[in-house]
Design a binder for this molecule. Structure first.
Ligand SMILES: [Ca+2]
Length: 275
């Protein structure tokens, strides 16, 4: 039994025991039957979710990147003229610190690398480097693709461009050194968006879906699917741009956070196995 399977087993037991808070929406409580992923004939593991905690989120934030670090979120937002990076208090959703980027750029994913915050932009083939604490600019980097999501495994940066590719970049030179293509049953899994490296896997939002795909970073194989259908706050249902996007992981406390573009809430969730 490997560590991941052990962790998932523990998660499942926790979900069964700790996630039945009656104050939470009935459609998302643990023990509820949730819909399985229908977009793929998947032989990978499929998970639904239960909600552990719900927090306010700035519903004007077009979330493109979300990271947890030492008790706060770092978030990057998109849209031209509205893109910024920000530090956010988890419990209240209050924006503690922010820095806008030039209105010509459409902000995309972010990640923290040592004492720096890295931010992609969508089509400018340009990323920005900031001091994590002060948000002062520390330079730029370039890449030959669109920029969507970014994360890292402690050794290399990992970046998505809206295709089924994950590019691996040298964190010192930002050169693309390798990468994987995400394919399941011969079908490309495209529109990989916001990323998070979690316990040896890459987790990716799939743009315009309620799904997060879990990817083996060695070969691009699909390890599993999270179907988060039903999670979107009901107050945000009418906004078609308000799609699931944003994954953050607190490794020390094994807390998984997800949100969406323009969503009014951030959710801490646990996985519930469906197959
Ligand atoms: Ca993330």
């Amino acid at each position: 039994m490997n560590k991941l399977f052990s962790a998932l087993t523990i998660l499942m037991l926790l979900a069964l025991s700790a996630c039945d808070n009656p104050s939470i929406s009935a459609s998302t409580g643990c023990g509820e039957t949730a819909s399985a992923v229908t977009s793929n004939d998947s032989s990978a593991d499929v998970y639904s979710f239960c909600i552990v905690n719900t927090y306010d989120h700035d519903s004007s934030a077009f979330t493109q990147g979300l990271v947890y670090h030492e008790g706060v979120f770092y978030e990057g937002t998109g849209l031209r003229g509205q893109s910024n990076i920000r530090k956010v208090e988890i419990e209240t959703g209050d924006v503690l610190q922010t820095r806008d980027i030039n209105a010509q750029f459409f902000g995309e994913g972010i990640t923290l690398w040592n004492d720096q915050l890295l931010q992609l932009t969508w089509q400018a083939e340009k990323g920005f480097i900031y001091d994590r604490e002060t948000f002062e600019s520390q330079g730029e980097f370039s890449y030959p693709t669109e920029g969507w999501g970014i994360t890292h495994d402690g050794i290399k940066l990992m970046m998505s461009d809206g295709s089924n590719a994950i590019f691996y970049l040298d964190p010192d030179t930002f050169d693309i050194t390798s990468g994987v293509e995400v394919v399941e049953n011969g079908q490309q899994i495209n529109r990989l968006n916001e990323l998070e490296y979690i316990n040896g896997e890459i987790w990716a939002n799939v743009w315009l879906t309620n799904n997060i795909v879990r990817i083996d970073p060695e070969n691009g194989n699909v390890i599993g699917w999270l179907d988060l259908t039903g999670l979107k706050p009901t107050s945000d249902l009418n906004n078609r741009d308000a799609v699931l996007n944003g994954i953050a992981y607190d490794v020390e406390n094994d807390r998984l956070f997800v949100t969406g573009k323009l969503w009014s809430k951030v959710f801490e969730i646990q996985l519930v196995p469906q197959n």
